[in-house]
Design a protein around this ligand. Structure first.
Ligand code: G3I
Length: 380
């Protein structure tokens, strides 16, 4: 009889455990499943290293590109406006500002909580026509005061980082003969950084240029940093644009440059990264870029798709570059790609129009390429 009671008791306990105990255990398993063990996406994987940014165009800012917006959310945590904040668009007449798209851009950055970049305050290109009519340095200073105070002031606390001066250097490291330089000499650099710091003391301030791995130009950028620092002015970052190709610049040149800017007392940002896979007319002996290469099969070798071998070469190149960035993550603040996908890259139209280039991590349908996986693999 006692045995039967014991047996019934054991059965009762078993039923209780099955009903309640296992449920608790199941709940634990389910909730563990809900939290992925490895976060996905570039921004999560690189979150302890540097910001991962993308330049965005007006279609995305106007929310006409839903796939792009989705990708922006999952992969990136920083944005740069590709064109809409350039002088000719934001300040087209002396008394005329157009903030419609810049406001939408800044709203987008706030909503997604992205590190939001302003590009660019002072640049000789995509300048409004009226600025070329400025007569002397006094008038230029007034114009720059109005431009920088108005724009930086409007977005104070909302734009995290400004490309204050863009592409002021020639390849030999001397200052470019722009309207700014012609009227004010090197003083215009000081005005620009001083005005930007006054208008938003918290914003990060950047000098941004291409070919900054070239030793002569690098020396020019370092002398700009020194000039500003000697005057007690704020400059936080040198932006190496990073319009590179499959072979150059070498990893050694990139590394030496990161170290040189770091030693000059600023952070480094890679501000406009893309890697062209197409032949460059300047590499052709005796080639003259004004020659018409449009429609030439030789200069546009992959009009339909990128061969696997080149896809792999691109993936390896991106991987070795990111490996170097990770090695120097203490010196690098941000890595921004110049565009979201291959189809919208400026490199389809430059230096030769109407080519099919493949310089980014996402293809024309926003699918991740082998290069994307090679960059992600470094974190797994
Ligand atoms: O929006 C017009 C369109 O209405 C017109 O039909 C079409 C005809 O060509 O032109 C369109 O404007 C083009 C604009 O990009 C938008 O696509 C301009 O012609 C073209 O010149 C402009 O190019 C931009 C270039 O800066 C201008 O210098 C590129 O998109 C932009 O990616 C590029 O970005 C620069 C950075 O700001 C600074 N560093 C170098 C980088 C690459 O050049």
């Amino acid at each position: 009889m006692v045995h039967i009671y014991r047996l019934l008791y054991a059965l009762f306990v078993l039923i209780l455990f099955t009903l309640f105990g296992c449920k608790e255990y199941d709940k634990k398993l389910t909730s563990e499943k809900e939290i992925p063990s490895k976060p996905i996406g570039l921004k999560q994987n690189y979150k302890d290293d540097f910001f991962i940014g993308a330049a965005i165009n007006h279609a995305l800012i106007e929310k006409r590109d839903s796939l792009g917006l989705e990708l922006l959310e999952t992969e990136f945590n920083s944005i740069t406006p590709e064109n809409i904040m350039k002088w000719m668009h934001i300040h087209p007449g002396k008394e005329v500002y157009d903030f419609s798209l810049p406001d939408a851009y800044v709203d987008l950055g706030e909503r997604h909580q992205h590190f939001t970049v302003g590009h660019t305050l002072v640049w000789h290109s995509q300048l409004a026509e009226w600025v070329t009519e400025v007569k002397d340095s006094t008038e230029l200073k007034e114009v720059m005061e109005d431009h920088i105070n108005t724009i930086v002031g409007r977005y104070k606390g909302k734009i995290d980082s400004w490309d204050v001066v863009n592409e002021a250097l020639n390849e030999d490291g001397s200052l470019r003969e722009s309207v700014f330089y012609e009227l004010a000499g090197e003083k215009y650099l000081e005005w620009a950084f001083e005005l930007a710091a006054e208008a938003d003391p918290e914003a990060q301030l950047t000098y941004n240029d291409y070919n900054l791995t070239n030793p002569e130009k690098r020396a020019g950028a370092i002398s700009i940093v020194k000039q500003l620092k000697d005057k007690g002015l704020k400059i936080d970052v040198v932006g190496m644009q990073g319009h590179w190709n499959l072979k150059g610049p070498s990893l050694k040149e990139i590394e030496e440059s990161i170290l040189a800017y770091h030693n000059a007392g600023v952070k480094v940002a890679i501000t406009e990264l893309d890697i062209t896979v197409l032949p460059n007319p300047w590499d052709l002996e005796g080639a003259e870029v004004s020659q018409n290469f449009e429609g030439s099969e030789f200069m546009n070798p992959y009009p339909e798709s990128l061969p696997d071998s080149v896809q792999k070469e691109l993936a390896d190149r991106y991987q070795s570059i990111f490996k170097l960035f990770l090695k120097h993550k203490d010196k690098i603040d941000r890595v921004t790609f110049w565009g979201m996908n291959d189809g919208s890259s400026w490199l389809n139209g430059w230096p030769i129009k109407n080519r099919t280039n493949y310089p980014l991590l996402f293809d024309r349908s926003y699918r991740p390429k082998e290069a994307y996986h090679s960059v992600l693999a470094l974190k797994n």
